[in-house]
Ligand binder design. Structure first.
Ligand code: ZN
Length: 236
């Protein structure tokens, strides 16, 4: 059955979170003729900014897909001591998928006061829609199912691969933090984000974080200013 309706639905291109019901979504068809509506929805990952930076007057900051892109490359360059224990292509795919729900629900941060369970519920509901209704049985059904499984594995965070991707998520934030500080020539102190370093679990990834935090210490020394949590390297 050809469902031309699928091609015409409207994807709001704002960078604001949106409720699934407001997307004027096509009814599920089985199987969808084309993944193009799904591709269109993903544009919202390019237009939705990562939250957190605006509080520091960084308005042209990174998007969610910027963040996932760099993470994906980072997984391909996993520390050699870890590669034998990891399925790298699987980790790369997980990095590409892990924040996909934010295309609809936005980047919910601790500052938003949304309980953790509610954040997880909204994200899971979105992923069910994307993978179930929008991609659905396209191509035999494995693609949508595969994306959903990657998301769930990341959310549960219990497999070795998912622990690694969670760690990479934190290191990517640290990289971005240091880059914005440098870009501001020391006008912006983003040291409050360094706390994520404490949540890194794998020793080899902690080593990456220590290198970045050392770079940060040197930067602030060069500009001759004090900044928050400059001793974080010693606490991870
Ligand atoms: Zn992320």
């Amino acid at each position: 059955m050809v469902n031309t309706h699928n091609l015409n639905f409207h994807i709001p291109l704002t960078n604001h979170p949106i409720a699934l019901k407001d997307l004027s979504l096509p009814p599920p068809s089985s199987p969808p003729r084309t993944p193009i509506p799904f591709f269109h929805l993903l544009t919202r990952l390019k237009t939705t900014k990562r939250a957190g930076w605006e509080r520091f007057s960084i308005y042209a900051g990174e998007s969610i897909s910027d963040h996932m892109y760099r993470m994906s490359i980072m997984t391909m360059l996993a520390p050699p001591a870890l590669t034998a224990q990891l399925n790298i292509p699987h980790c790369t795919r997980m990095a590409l998928v892990h924040d996909m729900a934010e295309s609809v629900v936005g980047d919910i941060t601790p500052a938003d006061d949304v309980p953790k369970e509610e954040k997880a519920r909204r994200e899971a509901e979105t992923m069910e829609y994307l993978c179930g209704n929008l991609v659905g049985a396209y191509g035999g059904g494995d693609a949508g199912k595969g994306i959903m499984e990657l998301f769930q594995e990341y959310e549960e965070g219990t497999t070795r691969d998912s622990v690694f991707v969670h760690d990479v998520d934190k290191v990517e934030l640290l990289l971005q933090m240091v880059e914005y500080e440098r870009e501001s020539k020391g006008e912006k102190d983003l040291g409050e984000f360094t706390w994520v370093a404490k949540k890194i679990q794998l020793e080899e990834v902690k080593e990456w974080a220590r290198d970045i935090l050392k770079e940060r210490e040197e930067f602030w020394r060069e500009v001759g200013k004090e900044a928050l949590n400059l001793d974080m390297r010693k606490h991870i």
